[in-house]
Structure formats: C-alpha cells, structure tokens
Design a protein around this ligand. Structure first.
Ligand code: MTE
Ligand code: HPA
Ligand code: MOS
Length: 816
C-alpha cells in the first residue's frame, strides 16, 4: 500500500464515528453526516494535487507578466515599449490596442479595463503585458515599466482614502439608503445616547495559490482557459467578449484552487483575459501567474470602512433608534462593491432587532486597487460596527456587554423583522447562546478575570461574547441557481460534474456524499470531476457560501432522476413498486429481493435506460427590491456565537488569545469534519483581519504591505491553546440538502469576540475612564497603545465626580 492509500484508510477509519455533538444521520447507511476526509486531503498533504500552475505545459508554452503603473492617478503621455520588446526572451508586448473586442473585465459595470488606456487609476494597474520564453524573462522585461523612458505620465490628483472620497463626493455607485421608522425622533427622545466614529481596515485574501491562468488555443477560434477561479462561467464570458467571440468558443476549466476567499470571484478575470489574448494573437499556449507582490499590487481586497454612528437606548441598553453611515473603500472601479455594500446594509442588525433605524452605505471611489469579495462579502463590515456600538453602550451604562446584547436580540412577535423587511423565522440564537455561555463558563470567568486584573498591573485580561446571524443566499436573486451532471458508467462507477468550484472548502466532498447517498454507494464509487463550462452552462460564482446548498441540490436532483429510472427497472425484474426500492450498501432491494447496484446498472444499460442526467436547482422564496432595499434576500440564516479571552501587555501593546469557545450552526451537517474546519479557519481568518493584518499605502498611493514580510496573517501559533469549537445541532428549518446550512463565511464574524475582548482588557487597564476604549481595527499593538493612551488622557481630564452621571457620550473609536 502506498502512502496515499494508507492515509486515506486511516482517515476513513477515524471518520467512521460521526463527530461529537452531531445527531445520527437520517439514513444511517448513507455517507451523510459522517466526518469523512476532504476528497483531496491525501493529495494536498503529499503535494500531488494539481493546481493550475502544475498542469503539464504543452510544447511551445509562453509566459506572460504585467507592466504596472507607477502612479495612483495619471495621464499616460506616451509609451515607448521598444526597450521592453528588445529585452531577452521577449516574444511580444501587448497593450489595450491589441484587444480585438471589449477592453473590460469588470463583473457588473464596464469600468475595469484589462490594460489601461490613456489614464491610470491606481498604482499597480496593468498597462501592458509582456509575453516571453520563460516566466522569469517575462517578469524581468515587465519590470521595465518602472523606467521613465518606457511610460511617461502626467500625474493627476489622487484620492487615496474613503474619507477624502466622501468629502469629494466621489463614489463608484450611488449611495444606498435604508430607513425604517423615525430613528431621529427615537434617538432624540431616548434616555441615553451614544455617538461615535469607528474604522476597520481592509484585508488581503492571501490565497496560498496566487492568481494564475493558462490559455491554450484550439482549432477554429477556440480557447481552453485553465483558470484558478471561483467563477468559470464569467471567465468564459469576459474572455469571449474581449476576443469578440461567441461564448461557445471558450471553455474554462478549474479543477481546484489553492484558496479563493472571494479574491477569485471576479478578479481572476484580468489574468484569464491577458493569457487568452496572448494565446489568441500568438497562437501558442500562454500562462500568466502573478508573483505574490504583483498579486497584492494588482488585485482588490476586503473593503476597509469608516463609520459614523449614533444610537438612543434605554437603561437596559436596549436600542430605541440607531443611525449609521458605512463608507466603504471601493477603489477605482465598481467591481462587486454594490452587492458588498448591500450586504453591509443587511448585516448591520447582526442578531439584533432595530425598530427605528437609518443605514447609509457609500462606495467611495479611491485611486487604489478595486476592492472585491472577501469571505463575508460586506457582512462583517456591517455587523462589526453594531457590536462596537453595543460594547460602548454597555460601558456607558456600566453593564456587562453580554447583557446588553441579550437585551437587543431578535425575539418573537413585533421583534422579529429585519430593517429590510424579512422576518427572522428560524431564530435559534437565544438557545445557542445559553449553550455556549454554559460550556464556556462565561459568568464565572468574568469574575475570575476581574480578580486577576485587580492584582495584575501590567498584564490585563479581557473577555467578550459575540453572536452572529448571517443571511444565506446571493443577495442578487437570479444568481441563486445551479446545475449538475451525473454519469453512471456501465460498471456502476459514478462521475459528477457540477457548476461549483473547489477552493479547499470541501464542496466536492459534500456533493460526492450527496450523490453516493442517493445511490446507496460508498464514497469511493463517486468521483467529482473538474469544473468545466462545457459541461454546465451559465453557472454562478461559487460564493455567498451557497456552493453546497446550490450544487448539492442540483446533483441530488440529477442522481434522483437516474435512481428513479433504475428503480422502475428493478421493480419490473424483482416485482414490487418502484417507490419502495431502496438503494443502500451497494445494493438495490425491493419486494424481498436484492441486486448489487453494479449488476442493476449493467442490466439498465442493456435495457437502453439512460444512465446519466442533468439536475437543476433554483433557491425558492428569495426576492429583493434594489430600489427600496427591502424584500426577502436570504433563504435562511446561519447562527453562531463565540466567547474569547485575551491577555494584553499594557506596556508593549502585545496580546494573545488565550481561549476561544465557539458554537456554530451548520444545520444538520453533511460533513462535520469539513464544517468544523470551516469554522476554525473562518475564526482565525477573521481574527487576522481584526488584529494583525494591516494594509498600508504610502502618501503617493503605493501599497507598502505587499508580501508576508510586511503583511501579517495568522500562523499556527496564533491559534489559542484552548480552542473549543463545536457544531450546534440544528436541522435547517428550510428543506436544504439534508437540512444542512451554508458554513463558508458566517464563522468569519465569530472573532469579533477577540477584538471586543481586547477592548475589554484595555478598559480594565483604565478603570477610572468613563468612556469606552477608542480602539480601531486592526487592533495592532500600535492601535492598542493608542487606545490606552487616549483612555488615560480622558480619565485624567475628567473629574472623578462626573463619572457615571453623563447621559450622553461622544466617543471616537478612530485614531486617524
Ligand atoms: N475555505 C477554504 N479552505 N478556501 C477558501 O477559499 N472561501 C470561503 C469559504 N471557505 C474559502 C473557504 C468563501 S469566501 C466562500 S463564499 C465559501 O467558502 C465558498 O464555498 P462554499 O459556498 O462551497 O461554502
Ligand atoms: N456574495 C457573494 N457574491 C455575490 C453576492 C453575495 O452575496 N451577491 C452578488 N454576488
Ligand atoms: Mo465568498 S466572499 O462569497 O467568495
């Protein structure tokens, strides 16, 4: 037995017992609800998994690299690419003029040039493409873009921050505004008020595999594009438009990505386009793989945001009226910012009922990378400010922030409708919270931490609880559709193709489990093939956490069609009703008789029964009015909560997450091992966003943090020593595939509790301060020290007698 087989066997043995805290699957014989290893786990760890850059290169393959702009905003006065063309190994240098069709790779608006024309809108924007004999030679030649002799610019005024864009009223899309009730009057009449500002940074997706595409020209104006993308259909479409071809000339294939995290939902397009353009013009295969620094400089990230908020509340901290303005950095073009901003609006409420509320979201146009999807897709930016607000409210009232949160939870009757008009019908947050508070021992630890802090002058501990309610569905209703194709071959083996893409999240494993279950087969009899636009047409991006909801259902439908045909045949042969046929343990049984699945399939072939089928799924119930920002954008909600405990060093600003307790609702999990992995990964990734990952642009708009040397993502030693992650057993109220729930994005919001615990520790360091700490995110050591300084300054300037008497507080969480 080779190492790979041994690994799989061991993993399968470990997986035999369903994970703790998970109820027995509905059909005990099926592979549903079992903690099976990821379909490619052995390949991942042995290095055998084929990523786009690992595809064996065809003879004659050329390599592309991009020449990037040196200015954040400038007119291109002239280009003289002779020196680039003469550089060693260079075959061709391409500019926008070489594009036969549309010079655009934008997903929604047509404001994303593939190669810049006349003007550059951010520092790092691709202006030309070098095609050379090798990757290295292409990069060397492309680096000549740094020379003044190659491109002459006339610098123009650049807007580099969302604040400046807001002041200049520069937006990529019109502002979004959702208002319910009369928040101004409610805030004015409230017994207590709070007002403040806050800021949160952006986040680089930092997929381990960078952006890459490999384009292979085919006969009769055909193009096969291997792309590391979450959205093969869109890659097909933008490449076709760029070449002025019909879509059927282009095939896009993706076996897997080494992570996408939203960064390959739209922004894989530029790379797919440039590789395809060169392949078309030169009639040779062309590969474009961005090096890490270029990837950072070219592609968009999570939207950073600045906020202004105001709330009125009663003496229990219950919000009576609230107002927020969320100014997101969209960057130089619209990309997906409209949908991101919409999701930010729809997640401001998080888990809390807001009777009277006013939410504005701005898509600020800046001369920086065009920000895009990142796990949570604006949801985290919407909900974070609510949690900060509640924390400040609690501190003003001198209550435990937990109790203020509980007082604001969605409830029943009048308190169950979101600001956008959707009722919260599947609310389990209260029960989930009780479970977590019990298991994490929150109240007792709160007291123990106070005791510790009283005795510890330098190190201070902090504790915080935060909940998540996350709406599941694309917030653009038509995107909620998927297709699948299931083939049963004559020997009884099964091949599944679906429109989703595998990026490490385990989608293929879950879809294979669903199909194996339909046929009563072990997972080893089902293989999932690469995503391919010539198999499933017009797919949506694998995004919005809906991959398994959509493609699982489509594959289930396809398998059921085949199963029904087989059932009819076996009922004829063994007697009985087709409806009574059972598929389990590799056998088909009915009427007291049994037949091996493989034998039935062979018989079906000879009887000329169609052994393959397509399947389609469209999510029911969802609708949305983009004008009024109301409707039923989400099929259901996923819930979760976390309790985090940190310690900070008040002299250095260093901190450590000591313990995290997480309880997350993945519905009735199809695969608890994969879902736990998603919860753990999402938690740590969200923690990175809020603590160590800091994007920093120089005064001339150059992103200075463009490599792991300057941009700190969490590593294994940032995982808390005590990390208690559990799935909450809760079958979806809606009939999703096996009543599971989407789990990809919601856990990213769980580490709000880490940020809030740091705030708690800072507050503990200055017990005399009346106001909440003004901590910006990410809570780097500098930010923590700034917050401590501000709190000390505040407490020194306030007479002790004034403390606790103020009914109104103005806080600034921004230390800009
Ligand atoms: N997990 C891994 N390992 N790699 C990824 O790139 N992307 C996340 C999440 N989990 C991602 C991941 C994002 S942004 C989304 S939208 C979902 O996975 C997409 O996959 P799903 O819909 O199948 O859950
Ligand atoms: N998530 C991800 N991508 C999207 C969405 C969403 O909610 N809406 C439109 N594109
Ligand atoms: Mo995920 S941000 O919807 O790709």
């Amino acid at each position: 037995m080779n190492r790979t087989d041994a690994f799989v066997e061991r993993a399968a043995k470990q997986a035999e017992s369903p994970a703790e805290n998970h109820a027995a699957p509905q059909q005990p014989e099926a592979a549903i609800g079992v903690a099976l290893p990821h379909e490619s786990a052995a390949l991942h760890v042995s290095g055998e998994a084929t990523y786009t850059d690992d595809i064996a290169e065809l003879q004659g393959t050329l390599h592309a690299a991009l020449g990037l702009s040196r200015h954040a905003h400038a007119r291109i006065v002239s280009m003289d690419l002779d020196a680039v063309k003469k550089a060693p190994g260079v075959i061709a240098v391409l500019t926008a003029e070489d594009i036969p069709g549309e010079n655009n790779c934008g997903p929604v608006l047509h404001d994303d040039p593939i190669l810049a024309v006349n003007e550059v809108l951010y520092l790092g924007q691709p202006v030309f493409a070098v095609i050379a004999e090798s990757h290295e030679l292409a990069r060397r030649a492309a680096a000549l873009a740094k020379s003044d002799d190659v491109i002459r610019y006339e610098p123009l005024n650049a807007i580099l921050t969302p604040a400046d864009a807001k002041a200049a009223k520069q937006f990529v899309l019109p502002p979004l505004h959702l208002k319910r009730g009369d928040p101004d009057a409610k805030i004015a009449a409230a017994p207590n008020r709070i007002r403040g500002t806050f800021e949160v940074g952006g986040q680089e997706q930092f997929y381990l595999e960078g952006q890459v595409a490999y384009a292979v020209p085919k006969e009769m104006d055909g193009m096969l594009v291997y792309s590391s993308t979450q959205h093969p259909s869109e890659m097909q479409q933008v490449v076709a438009h760029m070449l002025d071809w019909p879509a059927h000339n282009v095939v896009c294939e993706c076996r897997r990505m080494g992570g996408g995290f939203g960064g390959k939902e739209s922004q894989s397009a530029l790379f797919a386009c440039v590789a395809s353009l060169a392949a078309k013009l030169l009639r040779r295969p062309v590969k474009l793989r961005a090096d890490r620094d270029d990837d950072f400089m070219i592609t968009g990230k999570r939207h950073d945001a600045i906020y202004e908020y105001e709330a009125g509340f009663d003496d229990n901290g219950r919000i009576l009226g609230a107002r927020v303005e969320i100014a997101l950095r969209a960057g130089y073009s619209a990309d997906l910012s409209g949908a991101v901003a919409t999701r930010a609006v729809c997640h401001f409420d998080n888990a809390y009922y807001l009777s009277d509320v006013d939410i504005v979201a701005l898509c600020c146009k800046t001369n920086t990378q065009s920000n895009t999807a990142f796990r949570g897709f604006g949801g985290p930016q919407g909900a974070l400010v609510m949690e900060v607000m509640l924390d400040s409210i609690a501190r003003q009232l001198n209550h435990d922030p937990l109790d203020v949160r509980l007082a604001n939870y969605y409830g029943i009757a009048e308190r169950d409708t979101t600001p956008y008009g959707q009722r919260v019908e599947d609310n389990i947050i209260a029960a989930l919270t009780d479970d977590l508070l019990d298991s994490s021992d929150y109240r007792a630890r709160r007291a123990a931490i106070a005791e510790f802090n009283a005795k510890s002058p330098v190190l201070k501990r902090g504790l915080a609880f935060s909940p998540v309610k996350f709406g599941i569905s694309f917030n653009v209703p038509f995107l909620n559709q998927a297709g699948a194709l299931v083939h049963v071959y004559k020997d009884g083996s099964v091949l599944v193709n679906h429109g989703g893409t595998e990026m490490g999240q385990g989608l293929n494993t879950k879809v294979a489990q669903v199909v194996a279950n339909e046929f009563g087969l072990p997972l080893s009899r089902v293989r999932v093939s690469a995503t391919d636009t010539s198999k499933i047409a017009n797919t949506s991006a694998t995004a919005a956490s809906t991959g398994s909801d959509l493609n699982g259902k489509a594959a289930e439908a396809a398998a059921r069609t085949i199963r029904a045909r087989l059932a009819e045949l076996v009922a004829k042969q063994l007697g009985g009703n087709a409806g009574d046929v059972r598929f389990a343990n590799g056998e088909v049984t009915v009427n007291g008789g049994a037949m091996p699945f493989d034998q039935l399939v062979g018989a079906a072939y000879l009887a000329r029964v169609q052994l393959w089928s397509d399947g389609f799924y469209a999510t029911p119930k969802v609708h949305w009015d983009a004008k009024t920002l109301t409707g039923h954008p989400f099929y259901y909600f996923a819930y979760g909560a976390a309790v985090s405990e940190v310690v900070i060093d008040t002299l250095t600003g260093e901190w450590k997450l000591l313990r995290a307790d997480v309880l997350h609702d993945a519905g009735q999990s199809i695969n608890p091992a994969i879902d736990l992995g998603q919860v753990e990964g999402g938690f740590i990734q969200g923690m990175g966003w809020l603590t160590t990952e800091e994007l920093w642009w120089s005064r001339d708009g150059r992103l200075m943090t463009h490599a792991p040397s300057t941009y700190k993502i969490p590593a294994v030693n940032d995982t808390p020593a005590a990390f208690h992650v559990r799935l909450y057993q809760n079958p979806n109220a809606e009939p999703t595939v096996f009543r599971s729930k989407a789990v990809g994005e919601p856990p990213l919001l769980l580490p709000f509790s880490v940020f809030l615990a740091i705030r708690d520790a800072i507050a503990a360091a200055v017990p005399s301060a009346q106001h909440a700490p003004m901590l910006r995110a990410p809570a780097t050591p500098e930010a923590i020290l700034d917050a401590l300084d501000a709190l000390h300054a505040q407490s020194a300037s306030e007479p002790a007698s004034a403390q606790g008497t103020s009914k109104e507080a103005t806080t600034s969480d921004t230390n800009a």
